[in-house]
Write a protein that binds this ligand. Structure first.
Ligand code: HEC
Ligand code: HEC
Length: 363
């Protein structure tokens, strides 16, 4: 009896501690009993490096012909991706794979759909050399940038060795680490505000756990910490057809037969604003993506009602960047697009393409 009471007291103490610690900044804290952790606010990043990294992120000199910056394909005002099935490359032809968001990428255990990059700096190295993205090399980029006295002095002010590859990567990496979206309604719920999500959204979360979505999409990024085969119960690729090299997935990196169609489980944070979905961008809506997940990953066909509940839960995962909800920003862009479209009445084709790309040249 005494032991039980003592246990109860201990549990109480732990619970009490957790909720007070959970609000403390900077640390990732497991919320008792929940397989998803809230995003902490990181106050440890050097603001000067973040600002320099932001300038590099927006700098089209990254690419060989000075036409594309990181921000051309990762539009922060539009969810950190490009809202296209597959984006546009350096030479204007379509990319081979859907552009994932840069938001919260720091919490992924690997980068790229296939996990080709082990870290964020390694990912930048790939971008620079990829003929579809920057199509350049370090020598070329650093030579170009060293002719800009303002940029050179920004580096000199922060780094004793000034502008070089290592410091370029450090600044850009620091900026990428600042691209986090805390304070989603679901995180508020995890942190103890049970009224932050509605009863239906709670039901959606229950379904998410009961059906087993949680076995792949979990942790701080609700994904981003596992590789899994796409099409466990159902051959998605046979039905879709036109199989490309990108569809092979992780086998492209490891050459292991067992990695055929294996992908990094993507993060579900902010999925409300990162349509279209899947590595091929073929699911236009969340409803479609969830329906496909049920069939391919769980061997289940969901009723419309259950898809709706799951989607309602997913929409609670939209967080804030610089204190503003990503959803609001994305809507603002859509509205701005519409009003600019209504001003341009002469060329219907242009209107259509700018609607389709939804601000795709926002750099
Ligand atoms: C031409 C468009 C384009 C440009 C320019 C571009 N990216 Fe990407 N980015 C992509 C695509 C497409 C992928 C997915 C590649 C893959 O998985 O094979 C990606 C993947 C990523 C990822 C991995 C995200 C994840 O969840 O796996 C990060 C991080 C990233 N890019 C950051 C950057 C940075 C930083 C720059 C600038 C140095 C940049 N990107 C430039 C299109 C682009
Ligand atoms: C066995 C592991 C696994 C399970 C279970 C699973 N998923 Fe996924 N999920 C993945 C993988 C892998 C992808 C990426 C597939 C691709 O595009 O190649 C993915 C992609 C997604 C996407 C698209 C994300 C994006 O940004 O493109 C959504 C949404 C999603 N899953 C939701 C769910 C939901 C909801 C459930 C439960 C009904 C679920 N998943 C169950 C592994 C899983």
């Amino acid at each position: 009896m005494i032991t039980n009471l003592a246990k109860f007291g201990l549990l109480f103490a732990i619970l009490g501690c957790t909720s007070s610690y959970a609000f403390a900044e900077e640390r990732i804290l497991p919320v008792l009993g929940e397989p998803i952790q809230p995003i902490p606010i990181d106050t440890s990043l050097d603001p000067a490096k973040v600002a320099l990294g932001e300038a590099l992120f927006n700098d089209p000199r990254l690419s060989k012909n000075n036409s594309l910056s990181c921000a051309s394909c990762h539009i922060l005002e539009a969810g950190g991706d490009d809202n296209m099935t597959v984006g546009t490359t350096l030479n204007g032809v379509p990319h081979v794979i859907n552009t994932p968001t840069v938001f919260n990428a720091r919490y992924n255990f690997r980068q790229h759909w296939s996990g080709a990059a082990e870290s964020l700096p390694e990912q930048v190295d790939l971008v620079l050399r990829n003929h579809m993205e920057a199509g350049s090399n370090w020598n070329e980029l650093l030579t170009k940038l060293s002719q800009d006295p303002v940029l050179v002095s920004s580096f000199d002010n922060i780094y004793s060795e000034g502008l070089n590859k290592e410091n370029y990567l450090d600044a850009l990496n620091t900026f990428e680490r600042s691209l986090i979206t805390p304070n989603s309604r679901f995180d508020q719920y995890l942190l103890g505000n049970t009224a932050a999500i509605t009863e239906d959204e709670k039901k959606g979360y229950q379904r998410f756990k009961e059906y087993g979505c949680i076995s792949c999409h979990q942790g701080i990024n609700i994904g981003g910490n596992l590789f899994q085969k796409f099409g466990l119960f159902y051959d998605y690729f046979a039905e879709r057809g036109n199989i490309t090299t990108a569809d092979y997935g992780r086998i492209n990196v490891t050459n292991k037969e067992t990695d055929l169609h294996v992908f990094k489980v993507p993060s579900l944070r902010n999925v409300e604003v990162t349509a279209p979905y899947l590595h091929d961008g073929q699911a236009e809506t969340l409803e479609e993506a969830v329906d496909i997940m049920g069939k391919t990953q769980l061997g289940k066909t969901f009723s419309e009602g259950n898809i709706e509940l799951l989607v309602m839960f997913l929409k609670t995962l939209t967080g804030e960047y610089k204190g503003q909800s990503l959803a609001v920003k994305n809507n603002a862009i859509a509205e701005a697009d519409q009003s600019s479209n209504s001003n341009e009445t002469q060329n219907a084709d242009d209107d259509e393409s700018s609607l389709a790309s939804s601000g795709g040249d926002g750099s």
